[in-house]
Ligand binder design. Structure first.
Ligand SMILES: NC(=O)c1ccc[n+]([C@@H]2O[C@H](COP(=O)([O-])OP(=O)(O)OC[C@H]3O[C@@H](n4cnc5c(N)ncnc54)[C@H](OP(=O)(O)O)[C@@H]3O)[C@@H](O)[C@H]2O)c1
Length: 427
C-alpha cells in the first residue's frame, strides 16, 4: 500500500454484471458508508450510474454510491483505480481474457485484490508472472473467493486447524462431499467455462495445468503423491456409498494443494484431497454416479471440439450479463461435508466439517463470500503469514473469513463425528 490513504476501502469492479451487482448489493446492505468506503466500477458510466442509483434507492444508509470508470484493457485506467483503493474486488471475467492487466496494476500499486475465478489456467499464469512481484509490493492477490473455492479451501482449513489443536497431527487425507445444492448459472460463468476449454484446446501450458494436480503449487514443487480428481463412479473409501466426479474438483483440489504448499506444508507433503458428489448406496447410487460421470464426460467432450464449443457458446449458453434474478440469487442452497483422516500417537482419528448456506451458491452465497473476503482484506482481518503474493482464501485470509460468513448465516462447523457415524467404520 502507498503512503497516502486511499479514497476507498473496496472497489467492486464489474458491478454492472450479474455477480458484481449482487456483491455490491450485499455490501451496501450489510455496511453503511461510515463502516466501508465503497465504490463500484466498470467500463460504462451510464450503466454504473444506474446501478449506483438503484443501490442508493434500496438503502437507508447510502445516499449515493461513488462510481469509478475504466476499462479492463486500459492499463492506465486500472492503475488509477488500484491507486485509489485498498482492495479491488473484481467480477470482470472471463479472467483469462480480461483479468491480467488488473492483477498487474494491483501488484504495481501494492493494492489487495480478490476475485471469483475458476479458470485455473489463468491462476497458473498469475502465479508464474506475479507472485514474486506481489510479495515485494505487499499486494495480496487472492483468487477464487466465491463458491469455487471458499467452501472447499476454508473447509479444509477448518478440518486441519481442528486436527492440529485436538490431535496435534494433521489429516493425511481430506474428502470433500458436495452433498446438496440448488442454484443457477449466468452467461458470464459459462463464458468463463468456454474460455477454459478454449485455452485447453489451444494452449499447451493450459493443458498441462489441467493435467497436473499440483499445477498451482509454487514453481519447482509441482509434483506429489496425490493422483488428482476422480473421473469415474467410485465407491467411497471412507463412507462406502457411491460417488461421482465433482464438476468443481479440478479447481478446488488445486487451490487446496496450493494453500498447503504456500503455508509450508503444515498438512504434510503427502497430503491428499479429493472432492466428489455422493450419490447413495446400492444400484441406485451406482446408476446415479454413472449418469453424473457420463453427463460431465459428455459435456467436456463436446466442449473440447472447436465447432461444437463455438455453437454452444453462440446458440445455447445465455449471453454475458444474463443470470438469475435477485429473488433467485437469494433462494437456493448448498451443503458440503468434509471428512479428514489422520493418525495421532494414540491412533487414527477422523474430523468432520460442514460448510453451507441457504442461498444460491454461485450468486447469493458467492456475493457474501467475495464481499466478506474484500472486507477481511480491507480491514486486515486475516490469519495469514503473508502480506503479499498470489494467494488462496485459506492461505491469504484464513479462518476470520469463516467467522464473518457465520455471522451472515453460513454454516461453517467442525468437530469429531458423532458416535455411530459410518465415518468411524474405517471403510
Ligand atoms: N466462483 C464462483 O462461484 C462464481 C460465481 C459467479 C460468477 N463467477 C465468475 O465471475 C465472472 C463474472 O460472472 P458474471 O456472471 O457476473 O458475468 P457478467 O454478468 O457477464 O459480468 C461481467 C462484467 O464484466 C464487465 N466487463 C466486460 N468487459 C469489460 C471491460 N473491457 N472493462 C471493464 N469491464 C468489463 C461487464 O461490464 P458491462 O456490463 O459493461 O458489459 C460486467 O460488469 C465470471 O468469470 C464467472 O465465471 C464465479
Amino acid at each position: 500500500m502507498t503512503d497516502a490513504d486511499p479514497t476507498y476501502d473496496v472497489v467492486v469492479w464489474g458491478a454492472t454484471g450479474v455477480a458484481g451487482r449482487f456483491t455490491a448489493e450485499y455490501l451496501t446492505e450489510r455496511y453503511g458508508p461510515d463502516d466501508l468506503a465503497l465504490a463500484i466500477g466498470g467500463r460504462d458510466r451510464g450503466k454504473l450510474d444506474a446501478v449506483a442509483a438503484d443501490l442508493a434507492g434500496r438503502s437507508d444508509a447510502w445516499d449515493d454510491v461513488p462510481v469509478v470508470v475504466g476499462d479492463a484493457t486500459d492499463a492506465e485506467s486500472l492503475r488509477a483505480i488500484a491507486r485509489e483503493t485498498r482492495v479491488v474486488c473484481t467480477t470482470v471475467g472471463p479472467y483469462t481474457r480480461l483479468g491480467t492487466p488488473l492483477v498487474e496494476a494491483c501488484v504495481e500499486a501494492g493494492t489487495d485484490y480478490c476475485d471469483l475465478t475458476g479458470e485455473v489456467n489463468w491462476v497458473r499464469e498469475t502465479v508464474d508472472r506475479f507472485h514474486e512481484a506481489a510479495v515485494d509490493s505487499s499486494a495480496r492477490i487472492v483468487h477464487s473467493c466465491g463458491f469455487d473455492s471458499v467452501p472447499a479451501d476454508l473447509g479444509t482449513l477448518l478440518v486441519q486447524s481442528f486436527a492440529a489443536e485436538t490431535f496435534d497431527a494433521p489429516c493425511e487425507t481430506v474428502r470433500i462431499y458436495l452433498e446438496g445444492g440448488s442454484g443457477s448459472v449466468s452467461g458470464g460463468t459459462l463464458a468463463s467455462f468456454g474460455e477454459l476449454f478454449e485455452a485447453a484446446a489451444t494452449d499447451p501450458l493450459a493443458r498441462e495445468t489441467l493435467r497436473n494436480p499440483y499445477s498451482l503449487a509454487p514453481a519447482g514443487e509441482r509434483s506429489g503423491v496425490d493422483p488428482g480428481e476422480q473421473r469415474r463412479p467410485r465407491r467411497d473409501p471412507l463412507r462406502g456409498a457411491w460417488t461421482a466426479p465433482s464438476p468443481m474438483a479440478s479447481v478446488n483440489e488445486r487451490v487446496i494443494r496450493r494453500s498447503n504448499a504456500l503455508l509450508g506444508y503444515p498438512w504434510g507433503r503427502e497430503f491428499r484431497c479429493s472432492e466428489v458428489v455422493p450419490t447413495g448406496e446400492g444400484l441406485r447410487g451406482a446408476t446415479t454416479a454413472g449418469l453424473v460421470a457420463g453427463g460431465l464426460g459428455a459435456f467436456s467432450a463436446a466442449m473440447s471440439i472447436g465447432p461444437v464449443r463455438s455453437a454452444l457458446r453462440r446458440h445455447v449458453f445465455p449471453d454475458p450479463g444474463e443470470g438469475p434474478t435477485r429473488e433467485e440469487a437469494e433462494a437456493g442452497h448448498f451443503r458440503i461435508r468434509l471428512l479428514g483422516r489422520g493418525t495421532a500417537t494414540e491412533g487414527p482419528f477422523t474430523v468432520e466439517a460442514e460448510f453451507g448456506a441457504d442461498r444460491d451458491p454461485g450468486y447469493g452465497a458467492t456475493a457474501r463470500m467475495l464481499g466478506e473476503s474484500a472486507v477481511c482484506l480491507a480491514r486486515d482481518e486475516v490469519d495469514s503469514p503473508f502480506d503479499g503474493g498470489v494467494l488462496t482464501p485459506a492461505s491469504g485470509i484464513g479462518l476470520p473469513l469463516a467467522e464473518r460468513l457465520r455471522e451472515v448465516g453460513f454454516t461453517a462447523s467442525v468437530g469429531e463425528p458423532s458416535a455411530g457415524d459410518t465415518t468411524e467404520s474405517g471403510r
